[in-house]
Design a protein around this ligand. Sequence first.
Ligand SMILES: NC(=O)c1ccc[n+]([C@@H]2O[C@H](COP(=O)([O-])OP(=O)(O)OC[C@H]3O[C@@H](n4cnc5c(N)ncnc54)[C@H](OP(=O)(O)O)[C@@H]3O)[C@@H](O)[C@H]2O)c1
Length: 216
Amino acid sequence: MVSKVAAEHKTYEEAMNGINKTLETMGLDYLDMMIIHSPQPWVKVNQSEDRYVEGNRAAWKALEDAYKAGKLKAIGISNFQIGDIESLLETAEIKPMVNQILLHISNTPLELVEYCQKNGIAVEAYSPIAHGEILNQPQIKEMADKYGVSVPQLCIRYTLQLGAISLPKTGNPAHMKTNADVDFEISAEDMEVLKHFKKIESYGANSGFPVYGGRL
Ligand SMILES: NC(=O)c1ccc[n+]([C@@H]2O[C@H](COP(=O)([O-])OP(=O)(O)OC[C@H]3O[C@@H](n4cnc5c(N)ncnc54)[C@H](OP(=O)(O)O)[C@@H]3O)[C@@H](O)[C@H]2O)c1
């Protein structure tokens, strides 16, 4: 079971209360993992230059203490950029184990992925199918056809070959089954094409969400 410290919780007390409340609501003694949802509160994403360095350090301290107390088996961050991680590492006692980031064909923050991997922080790819929007890209469909797979399979395999943990979402059991069947290899040449694939123009009806707004 995984949960998040709310993006708005930027003091030790707020974060610790959130952790305890989550455990209480779920009726659990521990969670497998908790991560700070965003370096900035959602209302500030795309609106402010403030990266909440002290607030994130305080929230991280709460996660570290909960980890040491056995309430959390792993602790991490989400949507953190390189500068956010560097600021956190300056005072952290425990290194984040995971950074969960927006990572899919047409949105590959290579520098961030490599930075996390070099620093022993596992990268989790959220929205690996671009929240469904990548299904509308004819060139990606063409490449998927070449490998005899579906576009979601190509997308998921891509994130795995980047060394990430892929977090596809589906409400369809048939999709869940085929999404797990990704035992094929994308060539090095095609990986390069996919890494630099043009940005999709929009996430459709979901473009208004901060995570799809361009700065996370
Ligand atoms: N940390 C963060 O800030 C953050 C932000 C956003 C999301 N996330 C997490 O990332 C996970 C994935 O997010 P997402 O919803 O954006 O995911 P996604 O996996 O990129 O896209 C999901 C969409 O793809 C469709 N899909 C999946 N498999 C398919 C298939 N085989 N064929 C056709 N369509 C398929 C789904 O429809 P069907 O249901 O019809 O299959 C759904 O519309 C979520 O669990 C979420 O919690 C984290």
